[in-house]
Design a protein around this ligand. Structure first.
Ligand SMILES: [Zn+2]
Length: 247
């Protein structure tokens, strides 16, 4: 992410970056929903860029799993399957555990302040600006990863948490599955306390809560007894049987 934009004519690299960032943000904010078509010509027109430039930006998003490039059908916002969704969540949890281990007891005063300010902003956005609220929740996790100073962690946390945003858009009730602000505050306090084991446990709990908010909703019958699941079907069949008894 280079910020060396020169005045005047933007280079092709800058243009690719601009389109990439705009689309990524729209996807994370759930303005572009999973499955939404991403036609090269319309995007190019909107940004005043060639289709080649747009294709490069879409390619970057595809490499991060946010976009699917479908042969002969053009690009679309990715629609991860349920199994992929769980897989991405698991990878994310493993990565963020590592972030917590590295940061516990290591945060500087300005970093602590930055995190608290971020969560305050999340709280203000809550219920007033949903897209902003969703994005800030995702960014909280990316900021933590950045603070480790590890480019690898930053890269993979950014990718997995963005993809989790997509999953939440697909598998949960609208806006019901964001990170809870109170849980983010707990994460900060655990890091400040400096107990790595506890910090990891707090993050685990938080991400499992986010995952289950999404995934339980998507599988309303998960964990239910088969007899309970079938009860509705049995009644319906009995009903039919009675009505069709004279057949
Ligand atoms: Zn969170």
């Amino acid at each position: 992410m280079s910020k060396r934009s020169k005045p005047g004519k933007a280079s092709d690299t800058d243009r690719v970056g601009t389109i990439y960032r705009a689309l990524r943000r729209a996807i994370i904010e759930q303005a572009l929903e999973p499955g939404a078509k991403l036609p090269e010509d319309a995007i190019g027109e909107r940004f005043g860029a060639s289709r080649t430039i747009v294709r490069h930006a879409l390619g970057q998003l595809a490499a991060e799993g946010l976009v699917e490039l479908r042969r002969n059908r053009g690009a679309a916002v990715a629609t991860p399957s349920w199994d992929q969704a769980r897989d991405i969540f698991d990878a994310r949890i493993a990565m963020e555990r590592l972030v917590m281990q590295r940061l516990a007891g290591q945060l500087t005063r300005p970093q602590i302040e930055q995190l608290r300010n971020h969560v305050d902003e999340e709280e203000r956005a809550r219920g007033r600006d949903e897209p902003l609220s969703i994005r800030l929740a995702t960014e909280f996790h990316i900021v933590l990863a950045e603070m480790t100073g590890s480019a690898v962690l930053e890269h993979y946390v950014s990718e997995t948490s963005s993809r989790c945003g997509l999953i939440l858009a697909l598998y949960s009730r609208p806006h019901s599955s964001e990170c809870a602000v109170s849980e983010h505050r707990e994460i900060i306090e655990a890091l400040v306390e400096g107990d790595a084991t506890r910090a990891v446990a707090v993050m685990d709990q938080h991400l499992e809560a986010v995952a289950s908010r999404a995934l339980i909703v998507s599988r309303p019958n998960k964990g239910k007894d088969i007899k309970d699941i079938l009860a509705g079907y049995v009644n319906a069949e009995n009903e039919k049987g009675r009505n069709g008894a004279r057949r």
